[in-house]
Write a protein of this length. Sequence first.
Length: 206
Amino acid sequence: MRFRLILTVGMAGLLAFGCATMSDTAVSERTSEIMKTSFKEKGQAKLDRLEQDDVQALCSQVAAGAPLTRPDSTRLEKAQFAKIAFPKDGKIMGDWKSGEKIAQTGVGMQFSDNPKNAAGGNCYACHQLTKEEVSFGTIGPSLYQYGKIRGQSEDMQRYTYGKVYNPQAYSACSNMPRFGHNRILTEQQMKDVVALLLDPQSPVNR
C-alpha cells in the first residue's frame, strides 16, 4: 500500500508540473529517483527490487500505453522460455495437498516475513481453483477443473510447470508473477502446484 501511495503521489506531481514539457524518459527517470529516495531497506526487502530487468521495463511501457508489437512479444517470450529450468529428475507433479496449502498462503518476500520460512503462491488472490473456496480474485482466469479439461499428459505437465515458473514465456507482459524465475517458490513447491492443477484427486478437478 505504501508503495502504491508513493508512486501515485509522485506521478501526480510529475503530471501537474512537467509532463507537458518532459520527455517520457525524463518522467521515468524522475519517477525512479522519487521511489529510490522514498524507500529504505528493511530486512529482506532490499532496494534492488526497484531495479527493473528488460522484461519489466518493456512491460511497464506497455502498461503506460505503448504498443506491444508482435516482434517484441515473440522476442520476449522466446528469451524467457529459454530461462525456464525444468526439473532435472523429469518429475513434474508433486503432492496436490501441499500444492493447496501453497495456493492458500500469501506470505513470503516481505520485510516482515522470516526469509527462512517458505513463501506461498497466494493463487486464490487472482484465480478461482475450487468450488469450495468462496473468496477468490478474478484478475486471472478461473482454473477450476484445469486438469479435467486439459488432461495430464507429459506435455501438459511441462506447460503447466513452465507457466508457473515463468508465465512471460507464454504470454508477454502477463500479470502473473514469475514464481520460479524470481525464486519465489522452490522447485518442489512448483511441482506441488502443478499437482494441484492436474491431479484427478485434487479439489481443482472434482
